[in-house]
Design a protein around this ligand. Structure first.
Ligand code: ADP
Ligand code: MG
Length: 757
């Protein structure tokens, strides 16, 4: 590049971890490009490009005389090559190998490559070759098709590549195993030991980081390879858990305020409920109350399976907060869900005199008079408990309120303001009479200035749609509000300590009593006729039905029956019962009306896409039919199924599949077997691996280079315990022995923390 001096070449022998590979003179320049394609730019990148597997080349076995299902590694001399054509332009390249010290019983091995032009250029008679693959009997010959191979060029190389347990790397084009291995080998020889810091606690594993890195690439024995791997996994996990622990410590030592009232309002609310809380709900409310009362900000995750009754818990938390004179925000992932929460809150809380407002992209409404933040009321709001900071928020709110397109509350909902009852509430309230105490909205609220002068609690429903970064926006406010995130997506427990590792976790592990069973059945789509008569019988008994499709309409051009096309069919099929169609492209106000008609049972069946996937609660709807069920993931199907089974009637979930593949049957069978979300999550993990489930982008954590969240779960527990105990005794990492961890954390996070920099 013009104007930039070439990087200094390192002539001295010592290389350090942080060096760029460009600085190492002996690495051929074209290799740098290939390495960059693998994301390898520094010495550290190179040495943490860990082997995918190792081959035992300490001794090569005799050539096989039979086929085998296990891949083996053989060494021999090329005695013949040939190129054969078949089917016109197709070519097979064959190289015949003979083992060294062949005897009368030796069988040659024929290696074959189909249509791989470059292989033919690399292999010639007389060369020695190492191959790795499965020997197969083809006619009378023992063949290996498309083996991995390496040509042995000189004896010096033998000591690096052969006669040892040899590393095999995740490769790239333009970079052979041998070249990569040689570069790593030489780098390891030239690295200065002191440069490689041992980040893990010595108690976590034996030996140093440098020894472990050396041994993972070129282990002397299998045992030392395993020990090295364990060491490296532990230090990787430890680094991750230190990051998580520092996030956690950062928020727990942040400035917060106690936000809990005495609980009179909550008691009053619980008395009005038509049901008793479950033991699990009461336990979780007590945990939350404890956090609310503490001066440091709450950061709590509430996990509870679909239908376990998380909304009531959220309401309890909000009531404690508003009783103490603060305001609460309740965020849902979809507009439908926000509207539903708003309805429930109005039904349950307006009689108690609580003021509630709704603010979604599509609609704004308040039970108090609008506009919410008139200059006067803002002035009134600048009462006792407000800092000058909060004043700035209020003035922004005024401009927000004047924004065009704001919809006045519809007359059907009534915009009349109910003054709060004379209760414990009033004496504590420090803001104006028009300001809402609870603001309900979608997650979009995060990107607005939440126009609250005295925000005490933020509840985020269905957190799995929602990442760490977004959560961080909330906690950045000073003083920080308490945060409660709720999710019905059970994730395996080992993932919880990673993805949600910086949160305190409460679990509702008990369903409300008097719930009917959910019976799940998988049916072939050809059986729709029989299914229909079952559905009609349920409708006759007064129940309601969801039919869920994977897509919005046929414009998505997949071979899937789309909801809008099928809707008319369903009207005929279910005649004279009433159906309505709901999908993401239905305009917002109409969506709301459709849901209301379904909720009030004016409509019997809702033909819908996955817009009803999360949170929707219509207890009389007890039948769920999912079309093309094979197209959904397990966790998603579990969510969808969670729409039913919400009352005392038995519920039925019918999964129609139009594909009888093994994978589909195995997947759907899980749902027939269990209605327990944790079991579904474990099975889901089993079937597709953690990638999808974890949503690594969302977790905001560094990608793992060596550890495996599933098979190394015990190491994660160990690493977590170690990291947590460090922060427990030293939340700001001030002790001299903890100084070495600072760099580790700051480097990973790419920023400093208020407590660790
Ligand atoms: P989720 O945890 O999926 O968000 P909801 O909060 O929507 O579940 O609750 C599901 C249904 O169960 C609602 O209709 C709610 O009123 C009801 N419910 C909640 N708690 C109880 C309880 N302890 N006993 C009976 N019904 C309850
Ligand atoms: Mg819910």
């Amino acid at each position: 590049m013009a104007g930039r001096p070439p990087p200094p070449k390192l002539s001295s022998k010592r290389i350090s971890f942080s060096h760029s590979l460009e600085e190492i003179a002996w690495i051929p320049r074209p290799r740098l490009l290939a390495l960059r394609r693998l994301g390898i730019e520094t010495v550290e990148d190179l040495l943490t490009h860990f082997p995918r597997r190792h081959e035992d080349r300490t001794e090569f076995p005799r050539f096989p005389r039979e086929e085998s299902d296990v891949s083996i590694c053989l060494c021999g001399e090329v005695i013949k090559t040939s190129l054969r054509r078949f089917g016109g332009w197709k070519k097979i390249f064959e190289a015949t190998l003979q083992e060294s010290q062949a005897n009368a019983l030796s069988e040659p091995l024929v290696c074959r490559w189909f249509n791989l032009h470059y292989v033919q250029k690399m292999i010639m008679s007389g060369q020695r070759l190492v191959v790795f693959g499965k020997p197969r009997l083809r006619g009378k010959r023992i063949c290996m098709d498309h083996p991995e191979f390496e040509v042995i060029e000189n004896d010096e190389e033998i000591s690096i590549h052969f006669r040892r347990i040899t590393p095999i790397y995740p490769g790239t084009e333009g970079l052979s195993q041998r070249v990569l291995r040689s570069i790593i080998y030489r780098t390891l020889n030239e690295i200065s030991r002191e440069e490689v810091e041992t980040v893990a606690l010595s108690s976590l594993g034996q030996g140093t980081q440098c020894d472990a890195i050396r041994a993972i690439h070129f282990p002397e024995t299998w045992k030392s390879r395993d020990a090295a791997r364990e060491h490296l996994v532990l230090s990787e996990f430890f680094a991750m858990q230190m990051l998580i622990a520092s996030r956690r410590a950062e928020s727990s030592i942040g400035t917060g305020q106690p936000h809990s009232g005495p609980g009179l309002l909550l008691d009053k609310f619980l008395k009005t409920l038509s049901f008793e809380l479950t033991g699990a709900q009461s336990k979780v409310i007590a945990e939350i109350e404890h956090d609310l009362a503490a001066a440091h900000p709450m950061n709590r995750l509430l996990q509870g399976d679909v239908g376990s009754g998380k909304t009531v818990v959220a309401i309890a938390a909000m009531l404690l907060v508003i009783e103490a004179g603060y305001q609460a925000v309740f965020m849902a992932p979809t507009q439908i869900l926000a509207e539903q929460h708003y309805d429930v809150l109005r039904r349950w809380l307006e009689p108690l005199g609580v003021r509630i407002a709704l603010r979604t992209g599509a609609r704004q409404e308040a039970t108090g008079s609008l506009p919410l933040f008139e200059p006067d009321s803002a002035g009134a709001a600048l009462g006792s408990g407000l800092s000058s900071d909060a004043g700035a928020v209020v003035s922004k709110a005024r401009t927000f309120d004047g924004a065009p397109g704001r919809e006045k509350s519809s007359s059907s909902r009534g915009a009349t303001f109910h003054p709060p009852e004379a209760s414990a509430l009033q004496s504590e309230t420090s803001f104006g009479p028009n300001e809402p105490q609870i603001l309900v909205g979608t997650h979009a609220l995060l990107y607005e200035t939440v126009p609250f002068s005295n925000l005490g609690l933020v509840v985020i429903d269905e957190q799995h749609k929602f990442g760490v970064a977004q959560r961080a926006r909330l906690t950045a406010r000073q003083p920080a509000p308490d945060v409660l995130v709720m999710t019905a997506t059970p994730i395996p427990r080992t993932l919880t300590m990673t993805v949600y590792g910086d949160l305190d976790v409460s679990i509702i592990d008990e369903m409300p009593r008097n719930r009917g069973k959910i019976i799940t059945a998988v049916r072939d789509s050809s059986k729709l006729g029989e299914v229909l008569s079952f559905l009609r019988a349920q409708l006759e008994a007064g129940r309601q039905l969801y039919v869920v499709y994977p897509l919005i309409d046929e414009s998505e051009k997949l071979d899937v029956k789309a909801a809008s096309a099928e809707y008319e069919l369903w009207q005929e099929r279910l005649h004279p019962y009433r159906c309505e169609l709901l999908h993401g492209r239905v305009p917002a106000p109409e969506k709301q009306e459709i849901m209301e008609r379904f909720r009030s049972a004016q409509t019997n069946a809702l033909i819908s896409t996955t817009v009803i996937e999360v949170g929707v609660d219509v207890p009389n709807a007890t039948v769920m039919l999912v079309e093309n069920a094979e197209r959904f993931g397990l966790a998603q199907l579990h969510q969808i199924r969670g729409r039913i089974g919400r009352a005392e009637h038995n519920s039925f979930c019918i999964l129609l599949a139009s594909d009888q593949s093994k994978e589909t049957s195995a997947k759907l069978a899980v749902l027939e077997k269990t209605t327990n979300g944790f079991e579904v999550a474990e099975a889901d993990w089993e079937l597709r691996g953690p990638g999808d489930l974890l949503g690594t982008a969302q977790s905001g954590l560094p990608a793992l280079k060596i550890g495996n969240l599933k098979t190394d779960a015990h190491l994660m527990r160990q690493a977590r315990a170690a990291a947590m105990s460090i922060f427990q005794t030293d939340p700001r990492l001030e002790l001299p022995e903890n100084q070495r961890f600072r760099r580790l954390i700051v480097e990973q996070q790419g920023r400093t923390f208020s407590n660790v920099s």
